[in-house]
Design a protein around this ligand. Structure first.
Ligand SMILES: NC(=O)c1ccc[n+]([C@@H]2O[C@H](COP(=O)([O-])OP(=O)(O)OC[C@H]3O[C@@H](n4cnc5c(N)ncnc54)[C@H](OP(=O)(O)O)[C@@H]3O)[C@@H](O)[C@H]2O)c1
Length: 305
């Protein structure tokens, strides 16, 4: 096992991805040191909590002490839309300084897929900026670029689910034709753990995606079919993305501070350009329909529906 003592640091441990990653790490026999901002967080048995806030650099030394490899899963959008880029930049800079000071050797960061040109949405540009800050660090950063992730509690997934379940008819801007490569959350966790095990991923930027390329329209139609519903989608070319972000924000339970930047990002195609991960970390990918069924099942278990 690498690192030898099996201890890895997970930042963003209370998030959608973090919670699942910790569980997988503990099951694999790692000692997951989980950075949390609140004392009352319940972690899976076998995981260790360490209190820290990446915006408060003074308290970070004990968080990183003795750490060889750290996962970076921190995302500031939950704290409100205003200034999220500044908070994410600052958090990445403080993380980098603390990790360098502690002699961290590897960092694994899960960010977003999307082209890198000037048309990138604010949200994706900010995720990319975080990658660039980490990659300047003295450690080796693995930057995994992910598209829409399918799993109960994931922001993009929950927005799609609520649209399909609540709206039999949708008038949308052109973004419904944008292509993405949705991936099951279990496969994302498989890749994160796989990167920890596979040293050849150190220092690499790698695209991860599911087995199918689908437009948002196809995703919603297939989602509806799985739930035995039908959805009529009417794209209107002149409808603005901003306007649609307001009405989608109204019908989904995802906080507007998270929903709006995500919706603005749907204009950016999210398709893997690089397939090296398939050879470096070979895993059997879950099909889209199966990923939706698993997510709906998880949702039922969580809410007893
Ligand atoms: N969800 C998706 O569909 C998706 C798709 C592609 C890529 N990704 C990437 O996956 C990564 C994780 O996303 P996620 O969906 O798991 O995010 P999330 O559920 O919003 O979780 C964000 C985490 O960051 C923590 N955090 C925020 N500010 C912090 C600070 N100042 N110091 C320490 N911790 C802080 C939060 O802690 P608190 O609980 O204390 O707030 C929480 O644990 C992100 O980089 C995201 O870009 C996600």
């Amino acid at each position: 096992m690498y690192p030898k003592d099996g201890t890895v640091l997970v930042t963003g441990a209370t998030g959608f991805i973090g919670k699942r990653l910790i569980k997988a790490l503990v099951e694999e026999g790692y000692n997951a040191r989980c950075m949390v901002r609140r004392h009352d967080v319940v972690l899976p048995e076998g995981a260790t909590a360490v209190t820290g806030d990446l915006l408060v650099p003074a308290g970070l030394d004990p968080v990183f002490r003795g750490i060889d490899t750290a996962f970076y899963l921190v995302h500031s959008m939950g704290g409100g839309r205003a200034g999220f880029e500044r908070r994410d930049r600052q958090a990445a800079e403080y993380f980098t300084a603390a990790a360098e000071k502690a002699g961290v050797r590897r960092v694994i960061y899960l960010g977003g897929l999307g082209e890198t040109g000037p048309n990138l949405s604010e949200h994706l540009a900010s995720r990319l900026e975080v990658a660039q800050i980490l990659m300047k660090g003295a450690f080796k950063t693995t930057f995994l670029r992910a598209p829409v992730i399918i799993g109960a509690g994931g922001s993009s997934y929950e927005m799609i689910r609520h649209m399909v379940e609540r709206l039999p008819m949708m008038i949308t801007p052109r973004w419904v034709s944008t292509r993405t490569q949705p991936i099951a959350v279990a496969d994302v966790i498989g890749y994160l753990v796989g990167c920890l095990r596979e040293e050849r991923t150190a220092g690499e930027t790698l695209d991860i995606g599911g087995p199918e390329i689908l437009s948002y329209r196809e995703m919603m139609e297939r989602f509806a079919a799985i739930e035995g519903k039908s959805v009529l989608i009417i794209p209107i070319p002149f409808l603005s993305l901003k306007l649609s972000s307001y009405w989608i924000g109204l019908i989904t339970p995802v906080k507007p501070s998270i929903a709006m930047p995500l919706i603005e990002g749907v204009r950016n195609e999210m398709v893997c350009r690089d397939q090296r991960i398939r050879e470096l970390v070979p895993i059997k990918l879950t099909g889209f329909d199966e990923a939706i069924r698993i997510a709906l099942g998880e949702e039922k278990d969580q809410h007893g529906k």
